[in-house]
Design a protein around this ligand. Structure first.
Ligand code: IPD
Ligand code: CA
Ligand code: CA
Length: 262
């Protein structure tokens, strides 16, 4: 097996081991810290899991770059070579308060191209993964292409922040989506919301504020199934900084852009 063929299996093995560790530790006492505000939390479990994943990656692939949320990297500084985007626990607030609906998210980019995506719902034991050009899977079962749906037939994952006064977007632009869609949900874990778009459980995901480790794992899944992931302005991702994310079927994304460009 070549080094790159084995990478998918290695990533899955690391993710499953990290998931087991989280399930073992989550009911024991652990330290919680506020990062930038009361909703932006990190626990010693997030940090330990990130260490486990980074060590597992670099032991095998010492020349790869790893960007992990808890490494406190403000932004990735290069996309050259092979780059791993790692979120050890995406949905830390859910992890702490709800003890479910959080995920381990990993994406692997090779020379600027996203090739592999993994989103693992730790408590549901659901692994979503995709390899560019080779399909997307939920626990090993191939997922169907994303169904095309306009906003008026869609269930949208979107945080209520973006339809109330905020400093990133005029809330009047997105509020009509709430009225026109079939339903709006906020799960609290970007990677999982994107994986659910891929699995056809919801039709779109919108946020004004994600980092590359939040969305890249889900992006590979969605793109592999014919969907689109870009910014709320309709631009491609740059993977170097915080960004808005608009994801869903082509029809959904194009439809949302007509609301935003009004
Ligand atoms: C957060 C979650 C949340 C999203 C935030 C992310 P974290 O990640 O994905 O749903 O709205 O933008 O930062 O901090 O729980 O890993
Ligand atoms: Ca995250
Ligand atoms: Ca996180």
């Amino acid at each position: 097996m070549s080094r790159m063929q084995g990478i998918e299996l290695h990533a899955i093995d690391l993710i499953k081991r990290a998931g087991k560790y989280i399930r073992q530790k989550m009911d024991q006492a652990y330290h919680i810290e506020e990062k930038t505000n009361k909703s932006d939390l990190v626990t010693e479990i997030d940090q330990h899991v990130e260490d486990l994943l980074i060590r597992g990656i670099l032991d095998r692939y010492p020349d790869h770059h790893v960007y992990g949320e808890e490494g406190r990297i403000v932004r990735p500084d290069t996309l050259e070579g092979t780059v791993w985007f790692v979120d050890p626990i995406d949905g830390t607030m859910n992890f702490i308060r709800q003890k479910r609906l959080f995920a381990i998210s990993i994406a692997i980019m090779v020379e600027g191209e996203l090739r592999y995506g993994f989103v693992y719902d730790v408590m549901a034991d659901e692994l979503f993964h995709a390899i560019k050009g080779q399909g997307a899977y939920e626990n090993g079962i191939r997922l169907a292409p994303i169904q095309e749906r306009p906003v008026k037939e869609a269930i949208i994952c979107m945080n209520a922040t973006w339809v109330t006064a905020n400093r990133r977007i005029d809330s009047n632009l997105l509020a009509p989506l709430v009225r026109d869609a079939v339903g709006v949900r906020a799960v609290g874990a970007a990677s999982l919301e994107l994986a659910w778009v891929a699995a056809g459980r919801v039709d779109g995901y919108i946020t004004m504020r994600n980092m590359p480790w939040d969305y890249t794992g889900g992006q590979v899944l969605i793109e592999e199934l014919g969907g689109r992931v870009g910014t709320i302005e309709g631009m491609d991702m740059t993977y170097l900084e915080q960004t808005s994310v608009l994801a869903g079927s082509r029809q959904f994304v194009e439809d949302v852009l007509t609301y935003v460009k009004k």
